[in-house]
Design a protein around this ligand. Sequence first.
Ligand code: F6P
Length: 462
Amino acid sequence: MNRLVVISNRVAVPKARGAAGAQGGLAGALNSALKENGGIWFGWSGQECEEFTGNLNVQRNDGVTTATIDLEKQDVDEYYNGYANSTLWPLFHYRIDLTEYEREFGKGYERVNERFAESALPLIEEGDLVWVHDYHLMPLGENLRARGLKNKLGFFLHIPWPPANLFVSLPYHERLVRSLLHYDLIGFQNDTWLESFLHYCRKELGARVDDASGAVTLDGHTTIARAYPIGIDYDFFMGKGETELAKSSEKRLADSLRGRTCMIGVDRLDYSKGIPERIDGIGRFFDVDPERVEDLVFIQIAPPSREDIGSYQNIREILEQKCGQINGARSDVDLVPIRYVNKGYNQEELFGFYRASKIGLVTPLRDGMNLVAKEYVAAQDPEDPGVLILSQFAGAAQQMQDALLVNPHSPDDLAHNIRIALDMPLAERKERYEKLIVTVREENVLRWTENFISDMEQLGQA
Ligand code: F6P
C-alpha cells in the first residue's frame, strides 16, 4: 500500500478531535485515513510567527505523524481570513453579496500556497500519494509540480462548487481553475458540485469534458473529476455513545426538558449554516401555535468561528437579537423556548445531546455535505428514533432523502416541518430512521477514503 501524504490548511491532533459540528468534518476523516495507510499530515499549526521560517514541527500522536508550519500575521490576514474565508468561502456558498475581492488577499493566497509547497516538498517520498484538501490550497498542486514533484496528486473540495455564472464573478477565475487542473484527481462532495465544475470547464475554459468518466482535458493534460460523498467515522462515533459522559449528557439534557420535546441544531457559527433563518422558522412555528411553547424547546449549539472576519461578527449579533426577541416574547418564569449556547462540546457530549433530542434541525443555506446530519441519525435510539429535518441545499440531502427535506429560506416550510416532526408517529420515525441509518453506517468515512485512494492508485494504469 502506498504511503499517504495529506496536506490541508489545518492539522488536527488526533486526541483533540471534536465533533463534525464543532470542528468541521475534515479533521476526523483524515485521521482515520492516515491511521490506515501510514504517512504524514502537513499543514498550518494555527499559530502566528514574527517572520516566516518554514521550520517544521513534527509530532507523532496516536499513530499519526503531523508536520506543521507557523504563518506570519500578514499570511493569516490575507490568506486565511482574506482570500480563503472572505473571498472563496462566501462565493462558493453562493453568497456573492458577502464576497470580498481584494487584490492583497489574492497575493497572500498565492504566497502561502508557495510556502506550503516549499515546506511540504521535502516530506514527500517517491511513490507517496499526495492528497490535498479544500479551498485554501487549490494552487498547491501546480506549485508542487513546478518544483518537480512527479507523484500522483489528488485534491478534495469539502465545500460546494458554485454554478459557473456565479463563479465567473471571481477575478482571475480562469487562473484558479487552470491551476486546479494540475491535479490528477479532483473529488467533490456530490453530483451537483461536480456538474457545476464540469460545466465551467467546458463553457469557460473550452476543455474537453467526458461526463461519464469525469475526464477533463485541457492543454494536453487530463484530470479526473468525480463525486465522493464524505461520511462519518461510524464505528468511532458509536463508541463515543457507549461512554459514561455520553450517557450522563443525555440524562442531563433529558432531565432539563420537563416533558417537552427537544429539538437541536449544532453548527459552527457561520452564515452558510442558516441559523438566523432557522430561528425565523421557529418563530413562525410559535406564532402559528403559541400554545406549543409548552411542547418544544430548541437548543442551538453554535461555537464561534473565524471571529476576526466582519461577516462572522455580524451573524453572531443577528442571532443573539433573534433568539432574544423570541425568548422575550414567549418565555415564562419557568420556561425558555430557545437555548442558544455559544460554545462547543466534545463528541461524547454531543452524542448524548443528539440522542436526547427528538428532532435534529440541520438547515444550512448551502453546505458541501454536513456531517451533523449523519451524526444526529447515528446517535438515535433505534427503538425510539428522532426525526431529522434537513435542508434540501445541504450536500447530504442527496443521500438522505428519508429526512424531512426543507427549504431553509422559507419560515413557513420550516414551521410546517417542525409540526410534522413533533407529531410524527413512532412507526414512521422508525421507517425513516431505518433507511437513513443504512447510508450513514455504510457510506462512512473509511469507505470515502478507500474510494478516493483506490482511484488515485489506479490513475495512469490502463
Ligand atoms: O468544511 C470546511 C472547513 O473549512 C474545513 O476545512 C474546516 O475543518 C472547517 O471548515 C472549519 O473551518 P476553520 O478551519 O476555518 O475553523
